[in-house]
Design a protein around this ligand. Structure first.
Ligand code: GLC
Ligand code: CA
Length: 566
């Protein structure tokens, strides 16, 4: 805010031509406060239980706000806490304007917003607008009859039982069409059978959703994360799921009717985004969202043309190319979210790093590498502790995606061993095991029986240990957050990838005015020769690193350094 005002003054003094004026207005918009914010994602059922039922809840989150304040984050993205049958852990909402009793009450939610505000932390709610639960009042009405006023809130096609309108598949397995005998029609669902798709073509649906968003804004919510937003404008007759023709028209309407009426930070989840589309989503004119959360850098460890479960080694050079592409394409015309993890992805330190002898180094390397880039960084709960993936027996898994996958692949003839290998590597429960607070029973997460087993390594890897050690992963994240606040180059510097084809090193610069930020990281476990390119061998100050002893001409296993050159 301060920055905005001083800019404004300069702008008034130096106004010259209409053209100049226009460029300055654009520039001011570019300097929105959230550009140096860091967002922390909480998966509520796994964060902190307060009442011993084994499920994390809102009072639990409130009790940990001091911890988050110490870390230094500016906003919490809260995965859904609305009333829900929990078929997809809350991404199946049966009442948008109520809190699930499992998580607490609406009063708890209000208290969370207030308590967070006291610590200068915003609450970002997860908006699931593509679908509701099949137990939502709208759907219960919709399926009564074809003439019910709510019928057209969902996507129906006539049919004969046994022959779905087409062969489209749902994301969690099976057909995307489900028969309802009462109306003799199929409804469309891109996710589970219990997540019927909303019909965005119906203006009444859109109005209901906007009113609901305004209701939350009134409660003091600071932002929204828009779940699978690229799928709302589906056209199943043409087999279009994401990026439907009316997508951006809908988003712009929603933004105008809701977000633009307040001081709201928004992030659109878009698996199918390319840079062109992302520039629309995150246009600095604020017509859609603040930023885009896209995944092009994520799926680089699967077989070409197959799905995420068909494992392949990471294509590291491609990873760099893709990250660099997004850095360059969005420069000054859009805004990226920076992340390695969320509640749908395995833990990065296990996935592409090392969760054994170099776990600490690797976790810090991922942090330094990501936080030096342009965009808003996200930390997923436990990432700041270097939490790892798990290997459980099948009956310990809870995620609907994982359980459906197992059934489906057994039928397809895969062996249990093959399927389990995929689940260990990519299953969403890797990220959903309870947060490790300390070394007491169940990691201090609950006094009862946790809804999902705690990762057995919690005695070693936990927040208590991390806070006690000044060299810990936690403290690296804390420092990175501070650096972003005190050095404008993090927000403004222009990105350049160096050694693009190097098979082990990830090196880049950010340039702004007379400064250069240089980040050099060894992505693998072998000591690699590395010399600073000649032109950067000047007046350098090390801002942060993950080894005490940097050896000249080498990067040690998973070593990462960040220099500021004046
Ligand atoms: C998003 C969520 C995921 C959920 C899906 C359906 O991808 O992140 O957890 O299952 O949407 O709502
Ligand atoms: Ca609880």
């Amino acid at each position: 805010m301060k920055e905005f005002h001083s800019f404004n003054r300069r702008f008034v003094l130096r106004t010259k031509s209409p053209d100049f004026e226009r460029s300055m207005v654009i520039k001011m918009k570019k300097d929105r406060w959230w550009k140096n914010a860091v967002i922390y994602q909480i998966y509520p059922r796994s964060f902190q239980d307060s009442n011993g039922d084994g499920i994390g809840d809102i009072p639990g989150i409130i009790s940990r706000l001091d911890y988050l304040q110490e870390l230094g984050i500016n906003a919490i993205w809260l995965s859904p806490v609305y009333r829900s049958p929990q078929d997809d852990n809350g991404y199946d909402i049966s009442d948008y304007q109520d809190i699930d009793p499992m998580f607490g009450t609406i009063n708890d939610m209000e208290e969370l917003i207030t308590e967070a505000k006291k610590r200068e932390i915003r609450i970002i709610m997860d908006l699931v607008l593509n679908h509701t639960s099949d137990e939502h009042a709208w759907f219960l009405e919709a399926k009564r009859s074809r003439t019910n006023p709510y019928h057209d809130y969902y996507v129906w096609r006539d049919g004969v039982e046994g022959t779905p309108p087409n062969d489209m598949r749902a994301s969690f397995g099976g057909s995307a069409w489900e028969w309802v005998p009462e109306v003799e029609q199929y409804y469309f669902h891109q996710f589970s059978i219990k997540q019927p798709d909303l019909n965005w073509e119906n203006p009444k649906v859109r109005r209901e959703l906007y009113d609901m968003i305004l209701w939350w804004m009134d409660k003091g919510v600071g932002g929204f994360r828009l779940d699978v937003i690229d799928q709302i404008a589906k056209e199943p007759d043409k087999k279009i799921t994401n990026n439907g023709p009316k997508l951006h028209e809908y988003i712009r309407e929603m933004s105008k009717e809701t977000f633009q009426k307040g001081d709201i930070i928004t992030v659109g989840e878009a698996w199918g985004a390319n840079p062109e589309r992302a520039k629309l989503y995150s246009n600095p004119d604020n017509s859609e969202f603040s930023m885009v959360f896209q995944f092009e850098h994520i799926g680089l460890d699967q077989q070409e043309g197959k799905d995420k479960w068909d494992l392949a080694p990471l294509d590291f050079v491609k990873l760099k190319t893709i990250l660099a592409k997004w850095q360059k394409e969005m420069f000054q015309v859009g805004w990226n979210s920076l992340f390695w993890n969320n509640h749908d992805l395995p833990r990065i330190v296990s996935r592409w790093g090392n969760d054994k002898e170099y776990r600490v180094e690797a976790a810090k390397m991922f942090a330094i590498l990501l936080h030096g880039m342009q965009g808003t960084p996200y930390i997923y709960q436990g990432e700041e502790l270097g939490m790892t993936n798990v290997r459980y027996a099948l009956e310990e898994y809870r995620d609907i995606e994982t359980l459906n996958l197992y059934k489906e692949r057994i039928e397809m003839g895969y062996t249990p061993e093959e399927i389990m290998r995929s689940i260990y590597a990519k299953g969403r429960d890797n990220a959903r095991t309870p947060m490790h607070w300390d070394d007491s029973e169940h990691a201090g997460f609950t006094q009862g029986t946790p809804w999902i087993k705690v990762n057995p390594n919690y005695k070693r890897i936990n927040a208590k240990n991390e806070l006690a050690d000044e060299n810990s992963i936690f403290h690296i994240y804390q420092k990175l957050i501070q650096l972003r606040k005190t050095h404008e180059i993090f927000v403004k510097g222009e990105f350049e990838l160096l050694f693009a084809d190097h098979p082990e090193l990830f090196v880049y610069t950010r340039t702004w005015e007379n400064q250069v930020l240089l980040v050099a990281a060894n992505f693998y476990g072998r000591k690699v020769p590395f010399s600073m390119p000649q032109e950067y061998n000047r007046n350098k100050k090390c801002l942060i690193s993950n080894y005490d002893n940097h050896e000249e001409h080498y990067l040690q296993p998973y070593e990462a350094v960040m220099y500021l050159l004046e």
